[in-house]
Design a protein around this ligand. Structure first.
Ligand code: ZN
Length: 66
């Protein structure tokens, strides 16, 4: 399950949820139950260069997909 961090547009609460992408629309603010939210992109320690599995195994072209 991917982790999504949102900021509520109603009350400004930031919250993180574990959910599938298709369920993101249904995620509600834990504080005010609003669905109005914006995605917050955290700086993650992803290595962009030379990662063997940076594509997630979906491109069939990189070294990680073999
Ligand atoms: Zn809220």
């Amino acid at each position: 399950m991917p982790t999504y961090t949102f900021r509520c547009k109603e009350c400004g609460e930031e919250y993180t949820v574990f959910t599938s992408y298709s369920k993101v629309e249904e995620v509600r603010c834990p504080r005010c139950s609003s669905k109005e939210k914006e995605r917050v992109y955290r700086k993650v320690s992803f290595s962009v260069q030379g990662g063997s599995s940076s594509c997630g195994g979906n491109c069939s072209g990189c070294s990680g997909c073999g």
